[in-house]
Design a protein around this ligand. Structure first.
Ligand code: CP3
Length: 343
């Protein structure tokens, strides 16, 4: 029997959809916090293949999710290209910035990324040995725009202002960075697939700040290029695209890019998305992650509404964005029980 997640990605409608959760290995779990302390810090955990595999497996053991997502981060790729990267506790990532040609010229390219990223591929190999046979392993990378926003600003930003400014003021440099990231992302995801990833997901967390022609040029086109090249190298590996907060631009995104599934954030209504996005194939989503903090009847009602809205087509149940550190692990169990009972 084929795995539930792969069946959904293959277009099958299932009475009970497969379930996994963005950031399912994370700080809301005491066992994650313990392993991270053992590793020392977040980046040391990412590059310690044994411990990264361990934290990937923790939510599978606890909840029996249908998929495991490789434990790593989208910012490891800029680091592998030569950017400095560190995490400030309680604040988030910091990187060396790219604001002028000279900063870009210091970046590497080609096979050199694998020197840094080899431990990540080793994590994938360990996971393929250790995961239960019904659990699908998802690899991932950030989409070029989202990764570029962090590389340009050197940190997370509320409106991606520095990236928008570079795009407007030095388009050739911005385009060169996007091209470098597009090629590196293809190589990185291909290597994850060769190590054993069965599905890959492209996270474009800041796609929503690209409007009109910019959305086509910097969110849709790079996704299309990456997916086309992955499909030519690995024709049977499904791709999930997540152009977060794309809104109306979710419509037609799968067809235009060749993605096998579009992941939806919780700003779109499930009924609207069923009518306008799921008509083209599998969708993933889209419970608001705050329900993992608040729980109760609202969690149950909203979970049921999402399962019902997407019940006539291929669907992967997920949150609309990552689970937060203040979430209650019991609410995750309540969500899973609700999905598996109501369907
Ligand atoms: O989902 C998973 O369980 C797999 C692992 C994973 C992480 N980050 C681990 C992580 C994945 C898929 C990501 C993706 C990621 N990383 C994205 C795209 C998805 C999204 O959330 O929009 C982005 C933008 C990043 C960059 C990043 N990493 C930020 C902005 C932060 C700090 C914010 C925060 O939540 O603390 C991180 C840190 C990070 N990545 C943590 C985890 C578990 C928390 C670090 C810790 O343990 O201290």
């Amino acid at each position: 029997m084929t795995k539930k997640l792969l069946r959904a990605l293959n277009g099958e409608t299932q009475a009970v959809p497969p379930i996994w959760m963005m950031r399912q290995a994370g700080r809301y779990l005491p066992e994650y916090r313990a392993t991270r302390a053992q590793a020392g810090d977040f980046l040391s955990l990412c590059y310690n293949s044994e411990l990264a595999a361990e934290v990937t497996l923790q939510p599978i053991r606890r909840y029996g999710f249908d998929a495991a997502i490789l434990f790593a981060d989208i910012l490891l790729l800029p680091q592998a290209l030569g950017a400095d990267l560190w995490f400030v506790t309680g604040e988030g990532p910091r990187l060396s910035t790219i604001t002028a040609q000279g900063d870009f010229d210091k970046l590497g390219q080609g096979e050199m990324i694998h020197e840094t990223l080899n431990p990540i591929y080793e994590t994938v190999r360990i996971l393929r040995r250790e995961l239960p046979e019904e659990t699908t392993l998802i690899g991932f990378a950030g989409a070029p725009w989202t990764v570029a926003t962090y590389m340009i600003a050197g940190r997370g930003t509320p409106d991606q202002g520095p990236a928008h400014a570079l795009k407007a003021e030095n388009t050739p440099l911005f385009d060169a960075l996007m091209e470098r990231l597009t090629v590196a992302t293809i190589d990185y995801l291909s290597a994850q697939i060769e190590a054993g990833a069965e599905v890959v997901k492209l996270f474009d967390s800041w796609a929503g700040s690209l409007k009109g022609a910019d959305f086509d040029r910097y969110a849709l086109q790079p996704a299309k290029t990456i997916i086309a090249e992955l499909k030519s190298r690995h024709p049977n590996v499904p791709v999930i695209a997540f152009p977060r907060e794309a809104g109306e631009a979710y419509v037609g995104f799968a067809k235009a890019t060749g993605a096998d599934c579009v992941a939806l954030d919780n700003s779109v209504s499930p009924d609207w998305a069923a009518a306008h996005v799921q008509v083209d194939g599998c969708v993933q989503g889209n419970l608001a992650s705050r329900h993992m903090v608040t729980g109760g009847d609202a969690l149950v009602q909203e979970t049921r509404a999402i399962v019902k809205a997407f019940s006539n087509g291929p669907h992967i149940f997920n949150l609309g964005h990552g689970i937060t550190p203040d979430a209650d692990p019991e609410n995750v169990q309540l969500m899973i029980d609700t999905v598996r009972e109501t369907a």
